[in-house]
Write a protein that binds this ligand. Structure first.
Ligand code: PEP
Length: 255
């Protein structure tokens, strides 16, 4: 069985002080977690301090993006080694805001995935269709194309270090959530792609998160649905109370 993991994607939110305040309060809430994994992906400026605050808790930290190159003339970018140097274990790659607002292609994202794995960072690989793609029944085609590009040449050992996040673009930050049935259908499809490429045991061990307007009110029915192994959360991860509530819901459901 895949580990249930709840990740926060703060995007471009919170100053350093706000991140510190959040983390100090949040740290107390997760000390008794037994099974649920927790990952915080704050803006880069806060990684160092958040790591210090959360180091004796079960929470891990991750970057929201990275460049595929080791170093060089890439103004404003950050490398895998830099993320590792502040104790990041994870990095979000292929988020729809990177794909669509910053024109990141499957090919570009693939290079980052390969670098992350080579450098010992675990990528949270985001896949998902736009509204018009869902409406024209292209969801599975789009997800397959993104999947095929991301996992080409990835070995059985390497895939075990990947998290997949299914995030329908139309549900991100819009308040529209995929129904448990809609989400589950795509999650099961992604699992079938993993089974086809690897084997059933490996596929079952990969965490497939759902992302898109997850909140305390819808977390329980989503996490109880087939093949949904956790969440990647934007808006609701910005408040200690709502983020903690979602984590507690996941922890209770799996106990
Ligand atoms: C996200 O940014 O990955 C996300 C799912 O955002 P939200 O929860 O706000 O929809």
């Amino acid at each position: 069985m895949a580990q249930k993991i709840v990740a926060a994607n703060w995007k471009m939110n919170k100053t350093l002080q706000e991140s510190i305040d959040f983390s100090k309060e949040f740290a107390k809430n997760i000390l008794n977690l037994k099974k649920t994994g927790v990952i915080l992906c704050p803006p880069f400026i806060s990684l160092f301090n958040i790591n210090e605050i959360l180091k004796n808790t079960p929470a891990k930290i991750g970057g929201q993006n990275m460049h595929f190159a080791e170093s060089g003339a890439y103004t404003s970018e950050i490398s895998a080694s830099m993320l590792k140097s502040v104790n990041c274990d994870y990095v979000i790659l292929g988020h729809s805001e990177r794909r669509h607002d910053f024109n990141e292609t499957n090919e570009f994202i693939k290079k980052k995935i390969d670098t992350a794995l080579a450098k010992g960072l675990k990528p949270i690989i985001c896949l998902g269709e736009k509204l018009e793609e869902r409406e024209s029944e292209k969801t599975k085609d789009v997800v397959k194309k993104q999947y095929d590009s991301a996992f080409e040449g990835i070995s059985t050992e390497e895939v075990k270090n990947c998290i997949i996040a299914y995030e329908p673009v139309w549900a991100i930050g819009t308040g529209l959530t995929a129904t448990p049935e809609q989400a589950s259908e795509v999650h099961t499809y992604i699992r079938s792609l993993l089974i086809e490429q690897y084997d059933a045991e490996t596929a079952d061990s990969i965490t497939i998160q759902y992302g898109g307007s997850v909140k305390p009110a819808n977390a329980e029915e989503l996490i109880k649905s087939a093949d949904i192994d956790g969440f990647l959360i934007g808006g609701a991860s910005l408040k200690v109370d709502s983020f903690t509530e979602i984590i507690n819901i996941v922890e209770e459901v799996i106990n």
